[in-house]
Ligand binder design. Structure first.
Ligand code: TXA
Ligand code: MG
Length: 337
C-alpha cells in the first residue's frame, strides 16, 4: 500500500525513488481513493467527460503535486469538482442568474462555470486569477467520492500537458502509471470530450471551451450565447491553447488524396465510413451509424490508438458541425494545429 506519510518525511533521494517506483493500483474502491486524497495525495478519477487527476482543492501542497505530475505550467488554472451546487456556494462569491439556471438544468453534467472565487480556494488552483471553474461531474463513483469528502477536488484531465485526454483507466495508466498511487476505475467515459466551459464576459455568458454540453442545449435554457475566442495577448483562459490534444504523430485534417497511402504509412479517422487505399487496421471509424454522441466517446481513443501504430501521418475527417460535433471538430483541429 502506498503510504503518503512516508512520502512527506522522505529525503530528496528517497522521494526520487518513490516517484520512480510508485506502484499504481487500479480499482473501483472509493475508500482507498478517499484515504489517499485525505492524506494529500493525488488520485485519477473518472468523470463522464474524461478522467481527471485529482487532489484536495483546498490544500495548496496537494494541488502543487498535480502540476508536477502532469508537467503542467503553473499559469494554467485548474477547475474545482464538487458534489452539488449547494457545496459549490462555499467556494464562490456570487452565482449570476444565468449560471443558477444552467446548474439547475444540467448538473451533474459536462459543464464548468467560471465564477468569482472566495479566498478559501488557494491561488495556486486558479493561477492567481480571481475566478474559479466549478464543475459537478456526472459519474456515480466520483459523485460518491465527492460526497464522502469534506473538501472539493481540483482536477485537470489526467494526461501529460498538451497530450490527448484519457477516456479510460488504461489510458491513464499508460501515461501516469508509476507516477500516481491510485486510479479509480469508472470504466469508459460516457461523453468522451471535456466539459463545456462558460464564463461571464462583459456582463454576458460566453463559451470559453466547446465541450460535452452542446451550445444548442445551453441556448434552449438561457438564450443565445457567444463563443469567446481566447486572445494570446490577454487570454481569459490562459490554458486554452491553439495547439492541444496532440498525438505525437502529425495530424492532417480531411481525407487523404487518392494514392497518398502508396508511398506513406498513414492512418485515418473517419466519421461514418472507411476510405480506400489505407489498410483497414490503420483506420478508426468514430460512428458507423453517424451518431455524434458515439463519435465523441471514440475520438480521443482513436487518436491514441493511431498514435501507437507504426505510421507517419494521421488524416482526420471533421464531423458535422452541430451539437457534440462542434466539440469533436474543435479537438481534431487542435490536434492538427
Ligand atoms: O471535463 C473536464 O472539464 C475535465 C474533467 C476532468 O473534469 N477537466 C478538464 O480540466 O478538462 P483541464 O484542466 O484539462 O481543462 C480546464 C480548462 C483549462 O484550459 C484551463 O485553462 C481552464 O479550464 N480554466 C480553469 N480555470 C479557469 C478560470 N478561472 N478562468 C478561465 N479558464 C479557466
Ligand atoms: Mg486538459
Amino acid at each position: 500500500m502506498f503510504n503518503c506519510r512516508a512520502n512527506e518525511d522522505a529525503t530528496l533521494a528517497e522521494k526520487i525513488l518513490l516517484v520512480t517506483f510508485m506502484i499504481t493500483t487500479i480499482s473501483t474502491d472509493i475508500l482507498q481513493a478517499e484515504a489517499i486524497l485525505r492524506s494529500g495525495g493525488v488520485v485519477a478519477i473518472p468523470t463522464e467527460t474524461v478522467y481527471g487527476l485529482a487532489a484536495n482543492a483546498l490544500d495548496a501542497k496537494a494541488v502543487t503535486s498535480i502540476f508536477e505530475i502532469k508537467e503542467r505550467p503553473f499559469f494554467d488554472p485548474l477547475i474545482v469538482h464538487t458534489a452539488s451546487l449547494e457545496r459549490a456556494r462555499a467556494f464562490v462569491d456570487h452565482i449570476p442568474d444565468w449560471a443558477e439556471e444552467l446548474f439547475a438544468m444540467f448538473s451533474p453534467g459536462p459543464m464548468t462555470i467560471i465564477l468569482k472565487k472566495r479566498s478559501i480556494i488557494p491561488d495556486i488552483v486558479t493561477s492567481g486569477l480571481e475566478t474559479v471553474g466549478i464543475r459537478i461531474p456526472n459519474h456515480a463513483l466520483t459523485l460518491s467520492l465527492l460526497n464522502n469528502l469534506d473538501f472539493p477536488l481540483s482536477a485537470p484531465s489526467a494526461n501529460p500537458f498538451m497530450y490527448v485526454s484519457p477516456t479510460s483507466s488504461e489510458h491513464v495508466n499508460k501515461q501516469l502509471g508509476g507516477k500516481i498511487p491510485y486510479i479509480l476505475d469508472g470504466g469508459s467515459c460516457n461523453v468522451g470530450v471535456e466539459s463545456t466551459i462558460i464564463a461571464e464576459i462583459d456582463g454576458k455568458p460566453s463559451i470559453l471551451r466547446l465541450g460535452g454540453l452542446p451550445i444548442e442545449d445551453i441556448e434552449r435554457v438561457i438564450g443565445s450565447i457567444s463563443f469567446h475566442k481566447n486572445s494570446l495577448s490577454k487570454p481569459i483562459s490562459p490554458g486554452m491553447l491553439e495547439s492541444h490534444y496532440s498525438p505525437r504523430k502529425k495530424v492532417i485534417l480531411g481525407r487523404p488524396a487518392q494514392g497518398v497511402g502508396e508511398n506513406k504509412r498513414i492512418g485515418y479517422i473517419g466519421f461514418e465510413f472507411p476510405v480506400d487505399g489505407i489498410p483497414i487496421h490503420h483506420q478508426r471509424i468514430l460512428s458507423s451509424t453517424g451518431a455524434l454522441a458515439e463519435a465523441a466517446r471514440n475520438v480521443f481513443g482513436a487518436l491514441r490508438e493511431l498514435d501507437s501504430l507504426d505510421i507517419e501521418l494521421i488524416y482526420a475527417e471533421l464531423v458535422p458541425e452541430l451539437g457534440l460535433g462542434r466539440a469533436i471538430n474543435d479537438r481534431l483541429k487542435r490536434a492538427a494545429a
